[in-house]
Design a binder for this molecule. Structure first.
Ligand code: SF4
Length: 379
């Protein structure tokens, strides 16, 4: 059956919320949180560490830290607690985005069992399997992802253990890669342009003859499609239409279901005549930032990590994706009735935060309908 992606209308009278049909926690995040808190409960007295943030949500990570869990690394792989402080028998939780083979081996060498406390999402493992399949057929693996993101680092490590691999972060880098495929640039310049993004021993003359593309599960669907199509066209240009499948592993994208559903729901809600959008989630969350990008193309969009950022009916503190910092906007709510607000959240955002935003907005208006009566029909 075709899924319904139309937004849910919550009509409070002076303001309306158009809530995305799919938003918030995904399977992988719920599973990871469940394993983490179950481990804390079942292993009292044990030292429990997290390799890095469990998921990209500050509230969840703060709750875990409050329960005594300590972080070994920050989001970019920088050491917070040296691995040599670990002792055999300590518990190290691997987050939903997975980790590199090198880190897994280091932990195992220290006597830490990683299998039982590994919360890697099955949809991330699916990408690893896909890259393995590509590698088995002697294709180089091109990974479309953010080079510093934990998931992309993990996927790169798994792919590179089977085949030459390279990460491209966006269309500009895909164009750069295509110029190397077409031998329009000197081979040496490849190593400069993709520094830190290619596997050891990568031979630009040999390893760009056959390629296949996989992607970080949370990229923007339209970007991923455009990059795969562009690289396919590059191979057709170089090797001809008849031979291109010898040189390009034509597979579907590896975005996860939650990324697809959340992005499609935003695309649907953007078809309404709303005045503004509020997107809730962690500022370092990849999937949330793509929801913001989609909204920004159509209307004023405010990226906040909780309702506290809504300072009043006049002022809102929100994250600017380009400046990479919070900024203050004034008069974000238009003076009209009803004000129509699109609302969604990323895959790592608890639903309670979305509810908090609705309650905060309610407090600014003489509402004619209570929150509870509006949600009754959905219960
Ligand atoms: S966003 Fe997708 S891949 Fe990532 S944890 Fe959630 S379901 Fe898994």
């Amino acid at each position: 059956m075709k899924k319904d992606f139309s937004p849910t209308l919550l009509d409070f009278g002076p303001f309306q919320i158009l809530l995305a049909r799919h938003f918030g926690f995904c399977y992988g995040v719920e599973n990871a949180i469940d394993i983490a808190f179950r481990t804390i409960e079942e292993k009292p007295g044990k030292r429990i560490f997290l390799l890095s943030e469990m998921i990209h949500n500050p509230q969840v990570n703060t709750d875990l830290q409050a329960s005594g869990v300590r972080f070994l690394q920050d989001n970019y792989g920088k050491t917070l607690i040296p691995f040599d402080e670990l002792k055999p028998g300590d518990i190290v939780l691997i987050p939903a985005f997975g980790t590199t083979l090198e880190i897994e081996k280091r932990l195992n060498d220290l006597g830490i069992q990683t299998e039982k406390y590994n919360t890697t999402c099955p949809f991330v493992e699916k990408v690893w399997n896909r890259s393995e399949a590509i590698a088995k057929n002697n294709y180089t693996v091109v990974i479309h992802g953010k080079p510093k993101h934990e998931e992309t680092r993990a996927t790169f490590s798994h792919a590179a253990s089977n085949a030459p691999s390279v990460v491209v972060k966006d269309m500009a880098e895909a164009i750069e890669l295509s110029r190397h495929i077409l031998e329009e640039k000197s081979p040496e310049s490849f190593y400069e342009a993709f520094k830190g993004q290619y596997s050891e021993g990568f031979d630009v003359k040999k390893d760009l003859q056959r390629i296949g593309v996989v992607n970080q599960t949370t990229m923007l669907a339209s970007d991923t499609q455009a990059i795969a199509d562009f690289l396919k066209q590059t191979m057709i240009k170089k090797f001809g239409e008849q031979n291109f499948d010898e040189h390009f592993a034509d597979t579907r994208d590896t975005l996860c279901y939650a990324t697809n559903d959340n992005q499609t729901s935003v695309t649907e809600m953007l078809k309404t005549d709303a005045d503004l959008a509020i997107v809730v989630g962690g500022y370092n969350s990849s999937n949330t930032s793509h929801l913001v990008e989609l909204c920004e193309e159509k209307l004023p969009a405010y990226f906040i990590n909780d309702e506290e950022k809504i300072l009043s009916n006049k002022e809102i503190l929100h994250y600017d994706l380009r400046r990479k910092e919070e900024i203050l906007s004034v008069d974000y709510l238009p003076e009209k009735i009803p004000v129509k607000i699109l609302l969604t959240s990323g895959a790592s955002c608890p639903d309670a935060l979305v509810e908090g935003v609705i309650r905060k907005l309610e407090s600014f208006y003489p509402i004619t309908k209570q929150h509870e009566s509006l949600i009754e029909k959905f219960q």
